[in-house]
Design a protein. Structure first.
Length: 336
């Protein structure tokens, strides 16, 4: 007890760095980016300053920016030229994601891990993550599953190292696993968006990926932000269906979920710092209310502390720059 015990003894200089329990490193980072088949040049997403939509012709360049900073993995989203009710532009061999992946893998081979977001919402004209029954205005789960399997195979064929289903359909991991296995992709891991909440923090993403919906919302398939036990059940099912990597999304408002999932399953776990988290920090920084660098650094460190192994963040490149800057210390602003 005080005065013999003094917590402050270890909180200075190099000693503080030595007793640090959690750190973020470049190997933890996944850089998400958007490839737009309609774009002729790269354009900034208005609600996410600093985040670009890249034309297909620049897919390799987009990936190179991450690669050059030592980031081990990218997560690719596609914006197709055409959309329809069935999302048919999601699984053609020459569609936007497949083409981008093929080019990126040809360029970087095993030196860059390519993860593909596997969902229908960017490819359907109604913007939902599956086939819609327009009578009931609901997404029909079981009819959607074979399409997800087909998308997975097309991504793997193009060279994707990992597929990441994000649509929150029941049974999607199993359906995808079976399709991948049957088509010779037994070794392609599935990173499942296993606890994905129906979150308002995805708002800016809808601008970025052009995936706003024309009616309703996603609350009939994504999870209720009020629930925590449900995340355990959701995740357990994905584990049983064959997920190799789990995910919690969003990140910062859901660190209790990150903690529980890591404790409960002890499996590789990704956390997605989503568009709204990014835009909040950006906006506050632009107003001069927050120190941007320290803010995203602290947010990512908190995710590691909660139990994340990997962090998907639009700040990945900025993070990597800081982390590789010589003699970086969390407590000291990196030299510019
Ligand atoms: C669905 C998908 C979404 C995000 C990633 N994959 C949108 C949604 O579920 O509504 C959100 C990512 C972000 O907000 O940064 N394909």
């Amino acid at each position: 007890m005080f005065p013999q015990i003094r917590m402050r003894r270890l909180r200075y200089g190099k000693l503080k760095n030595m007793v640090r329990e959690n750190t973020v490193c470049v190997d933890d980072l996944i850089y998400p980016f958007f490839i737009d088949e309609n774009a002729a040049e790269k354009t900034e997403v208005s609600s996410m300053p600093g985040v670009m939509r890249w034309p297909l012709s620049m897919a390799v360049e987009a990936a190179r920016e991450a690669y050059d900073l030592g980031i081990p993995a990218v997560l690719i989203f596609g914006i197709p030229k055409t959309k329809d009710a069935q999302g048919t532009s999601a699984y053609g061999d020459n569609d936007v994601v497949q083409t981008a992946v093929r080019r990126i893998k040809t360029e970087f081979g095993k030196d860059l891990i390519v993860i593909t977001d596997l969902c229908m919402c960017e490819y359907t004209d109604h913007g939902h993550c599956g086939i819609v029954d327009f009578e009931t205005r609901g997404v029909v789960n079981d009819v959607t599953l074979p399409i997800l399997g087909k998308i997975a195979v097309s991504h793997a064929k193009a060279g994707a190292d990992i597929v990441a289903p994000s649509g929150m359909m029941d049974g999607m991991v199993e359906a995808i696993r079976i399709e991948l296995d049957d088509n010779g992709f037994k070794n392609t891991p599935i990173m499942s968006y296993s606890s994905k909440y129906a979150s308002v923090f995805y708002g800016p993403f809808r601008d970025a990926a052009d995936s706003g919906f024309c009616f309703g919302d996603r609350s009939e398939y994504q999870m209720d932000p009020a629930n925590s036990d449900e995340a355990i059940r959701e995740t357990e099912l994905d584990v049983l269906e064959g997920a190799d990597i789990l995910m919690v999304k969003p990140g910062m408002p859901y660190l209790d979920i990150v903690y529980r999932i890591k404790q409960e399953f002890g499996m590789p776990l990704a956390v997605y710092q989503v568009s709204g988290e990014y835009s909040m920090i950006k906006a506050a920084a632009e107003k001069g209310w927050l120190d941007e660098e320290k803010c995203f650094f602290e947010a990512c460190t908190a995710m590691k502390r909660a139990g994340a192994d990997m962090i998907i963040t639009y700040y990945a490149k900025e993070m990597a720059k800081i982390l590789t800057a010589k003699n970086h210390k969390l407590s000291i602003k990196p030299s510019k």
